[in-house]
Design a protein around this ligand. Structure first.
Ligand code: ADP
Ligand code: BMX
Length: 302
């Protein structure tokens, strides 16, 4: 992975999450223009890609220009796209994404959003000096990407790195993946909103719960703390499995003021061996965009 220079990244990228779609024009490794639209979570894949297409056109994309597309959900080795959490993107049920993107945009590469961010952070960010590195996004869900021995871990079914679907002692409810009591079901944005509703505060998204916590509302502070504890325990578990040296955190919840500090203080309860260095993603919200374009250029010019 080391031989790619950030400066060589020029082209376009899109990042489709459970809450928002970002598209960007990237020049010499820097996002120079960006547009954001809300995700219509119930929309079918063609409609999702139409939204990406309209953002890309406004950014000046023309057919055949280099394009990387990062998506929430797993992308398997055949390029098919499947939601893992069916509650988040219920209409994404095994759609031939890579072929469709290639027909629609001339040339494109697609991969999971957290895997794309891990690729970028592993090459150019918080993971560049680590032999065992994980990127976690705490956003609509809790996603992940693993870079071991400088290689992004992948699997034919596209599920590798989906660390938010491990079970947690801080969770108790069913998860949209079909599993019970996952980290995502309590720590991700949808889980936080569900916890608020269950506690008598319906109609609040995670951002509103964080705002209530910042105002000193105890119920909201408890939900935010529980999310951070679940993520810290997940980091300890991943350290045990992978011998992690460094973890970078991204996503709008992961990067929200105070969240990483909450997670670090929960991680301090772990023995030193299970406590990798935890930092904010160096590329911030750009990580999935830069990683998607890097993955595309790597595929075109291996
Ligand atoms: P996506 O999941 O689409 O990639 P984000 O990374 O923006 O998008 O994550 C969306 C989640 O983050 C939502 O649950 C939203 O309520 C929450 N969120 C957005 N901004 C903030 C904030 N400033 N503080 C806390 N939570 C936030
Ligand atoms: C979920 C899962 C992952 C994704 C992660 C972060 C779905 C639809 N999503 O774990 O594939 O990487 O969320 O995604 O199965 P985001 O929507 O929070 O950005």
């Amino acid at each position: 992975m080391q031989d790619m220079s950030r400066n060589s990244l020029t082209g376009f990228a899109a990042d489709l999450g459970g809450t928002k779609i970002a598209a960007a024009r990237i020049e010499n490794g820097t996002v120079v223009d960006r547009l954001i639209a809300p995700t219509d979570s119930a929309a079918d894949p063609e409609a999702q890609i139409a939204t990406i297409g309209s953002l890309l056109v406004k950014l000046g994309h023309e057919a055949g220009a280099p394009l990387g597309v990062a998506v929430a959900g797993r992308v398997d080795a055949s390029g098919a796209w499947h939601a893992v959490n069916r509650g988040t993107l219920p209409a994404i049920l095994g759609f031939g994404l890579e072929q469709y993107l290639n027909r629609r945009f001339g040339a494109a590469t697609c991969l999971n959003d957290a895997a794309a961010a891990a690729f970028a952070e592993g090459l150019f960010g918080a993971g560049r000096d680590s032999d065992s590195f994980a990127y976690l996004t705490v956003s609509t869900g809790v996603g992940g990407g693993l870079v071991l021995g400088k290689r992004l871990v992948s699997s034919a079914n596209g599920l590798a790195g989906h660390v938010g679907f491990v079970t947690s002692r801080f969770a108790s409810l069913p998860c949209g993946s079909g599993r019970m009591a996952t980290v995502e079901s309590t720590a991700g944005g949808r889980g936080i909103a569900a916890a608020a509703a269950a506690g008598g505060h319906p109609g609040m998204d995670a951002r509103a719960v964080f705002a209530a916590a910042a105002q000193g509302e105890h119920w909201a502070e408890g939900i935010v703390a529980n999310s951070a504890k679940a993520v810290a325990a997940l980091i300890g578990d991943l350290a045990a499995i992978l011998g992690l040296e460094t973890v970078a955190m991204g996503g709008s919840i992961g990067l929200a003021p105070g969240y990483i500090e909450h997670t670090r203080s929960a991680l301090d309860e772990e023995p030193a061996l299970f406590r990798p260095t935890l930092v904010a993603a160096e590329l911030g919200h750009d990580a999935p965009l830069i990683g998607a374009l890097a993955a595309h250029l790597r595929k075109e010019h291996p």
